[in-house]
Design a protein around this ligand. Sequence first.
Ligand SMILES: [Zn+2]
Length: 312
Amino acid sequence: MSSPRIRRLALLAVSFAAASACRPAMSAAQDTPLRTKVLLIGLDGVRVDILAAAQTPVIDSLASAGFFSDEAKTRVRTVSGPGWSSMVIGARTDRHLVDSNDFSGNDYATYPDFLTRIERERPELNTLAVVDWPPLGTTDSGGPLFSDEIDVRIDFDGELDGYRLADSLSVEAAAKQLRETDVDAAFVYLGEIDVVGHETNSRSPQYRAAIEWADTRVGLLLQALRDRPTYADEDWLILMSTDHGRNDAGGHGGTSPSEKTIFFLASGPSVEPGRTDCPPEIVDVAVTALAHLGLGPDPAWGLQGEVRGLKQ
Ligand SMILES: [Zn+2]
């Protein structure tokens, strides 16, 4: 098993002075604004009808209390490279230029991931990315998608260690960071669901079980947030989505509804609960994350998503 590559370009500052002034939510004492924070959990290759059939009590409880759509769409190729790029940047392939799992030729310099965007706009905020698909965090295949400007990036290697193990290590490492450090914005990636989908098919008991297993990992991340000593003074936006669905055989890359349909989940004190008749798009994820932290979107950034699910 390889050890994780942990990079710290900046120490996480233990400062509680950076609360956003633009959110209305207040603490119980009603005297100080809650500090806005965001956690995006990315589950690779989830088909929404199997998610609905699976026993996923953690995701279900987030969805029932939050803003949820299982009719969200990706309008880029149903391949992981363009899918994750579009989701975490907030712009499609015509902007970031990633159209396959070859990430070389990207324009991430102009269109960075949302955590890098946060670092450029508000460098005092603390950002965290925990990933185990190598192009997301390393130079593999022309990556990384998540740049070196992020404060703490922790890379495991699902290709080398297997995604079941690597995802477990990712969740363990992310939970420790979320519990013990003053992180403001985080992304955690889980790849096991997609691998099982490819190895079996979309209707296999193994694929469904992989979704259920991921649900328990999500529960560990949420528990880590609740364990934070400052949790009562914080306004965590939990975002969750997937990069593409899949066809019945378990593959993806095509344009069928089961491949292009994804889910969009937002939960937290600043979320307007309910369903929507206007399905979100994959690029809405990053834009919503940025908005929760009081960041734009500035039209000059060229983002293509909209803010979804947040109270006005
Ligand atoms: Zn994928």
